[in-house]
Write a protein that binds this ligand. Structure first.
Ligand SMILES: [Zn+2]
Length: 343
């Protein structure tokens, strides 16, 4: 992507933000008094696709680059709204530094199995695209502070550019070998200097999301994935919440330990997180399921313990034996206890 192309795309993103329902979001961001907070700006992917299919496709296929560009476009749109609002003295407006476009894929073609796989089916092919997964938060880590970016100046052309730490390299910042500034021709500079006070810190939290056991067959092991939350997404979900996470799949090296093979662990860097707990109560159990449940226990009405044993055999069949352990597990997990309890 060269500079003119990216400027053109940024303009089109700004015009999208002004065309749809984002204007009221931009106005409310401008009126908020705190200039240092990170603000989300929600964009419906389905609407973006209708308005500008090329931008929608770039956001989907090269999410990392174009989501950053979309954030820049959001800041540009914010400054325009700020200028308009400041013209009226009644409005109290404050310029913001951080706005993040949060993509909602609901109702768009991205809700298909290729881009919305179950967590157990996430593979290398999903790297780099806008991916959505659904599950239950089983662990939410401590909130930390992370260095998000810093600026360097090229000695040759005197332009400055931003570098981001790489999750793959455990957040290590590596400098490019050549100056990334491209005007009419590449600059070619290779000496850079850190620009004072340009480090931007972010709130940072890791959570673990596990696929719902409701969608798995009997005996299947639920898989989980590590999700990185940043800025306004931090501290919005807790363990036990049902969530839909949209983000970018990447991987990070496991910690270096002597004599231990180094592995890459898959990680999803979240762009958007939606809690869907409220939808949970609407899930009703079908009459067929009720009938199957009754039929099952009917078979064992004279010997309910045999029925219980049949269920226990169905739990984690990969684990051979360990019957007593599974039985003990049943007492630890009350939901399972209810299920195995014969009426
Ligand atoms: Zn340069």
């Amino acid at each position: 992507m060269n500079t003119t192309d990216s400027e053109d795309l940024k303009k089109r993103m700004v015009s999208y933000l002004f065309s749809d329902h984002s204007v009221h979001q931009l106005r409310s961001i401008a009126s908020s008094p705190d200039s240092h907070l990170h603000f989300p700006l929600y964009v419906d992917f389905a609407e973006l696709m209708d308005y500008d299919p090329r931008i929608a496709h770039l956001i989907f296929s090269q999410s990392n680059t174009y989501l950053q560009l979309f954030d820049d476009a959001a800041l540009l749109a914010h400054r325009i709204v700020l200028g308009e609002m400041a013209a009226d003295e009644k409005n109290k407006v404050v310029e913001k530094k951080f706005i993040h476009v949060r993509i909602n894929v609901g109702g768009s073609p991205l809700e298909c199995p290729e881009t919305f796989p179950s967590i157990g089916r996430v593979r290398v092919q999903h790297r780099g695209i806008l991916l959505t997964v659904k599950g239950i938060v089983i662990r939410s880590g401590a909130i930390k502070m992370h260095e998000g970016e810093r600026k360097y100046m090229c000695h040759k052309c005197k332009n400055s550019f931003t570098v981001h730490p790489e999750v793959e390299a455990r957040n290590f910042i590596s400098l490019p070998s050549m100056c990334p500034i491209q005007k009419s021709k590449p600059c070619g500079g290779s000496k850079f200097q850190y620009v004072e006070n340009t480090i931007v810190c972010h709130d940072y939290q890791e959570i673990k999301v596990q696929e719902s056991t409701q969608v798995l067959g009997v005996g299947a092991i639920p898989r989980s994935i590590l999700v990185i939350l940043k800025d306004d997404l931090v501290d919005v979900v807790k363990a036990g919440d049902d969530v839909i996470v949209t983000g970018l799949l990447t991987a990070k090296w496991s910690p270096e330990l002597k004599d231990v093979r180094c592995d890459l662990d898959p990680v999803l860097i979240a762009n958007n997180v939606r809690r869907i707990n409220e939808l949970k109560s609407e899930i009703d159990i079908s009459d067929v399921m009720v009938m199957k449940f009754k039929q099952f226990w009917n078979q064992f009405k004279d010997a309910p313990l045999k029925g219980r044993n049949a269920i226990l055999r169905g739990i984690c069949p990969q684990i051979f034996g360990l019957f007593t352990v599974k039985l003990a597990g049943k007492h630890i997990y009350p939901r399972l206890w209810l299920f195995t309890y014969s009426p």
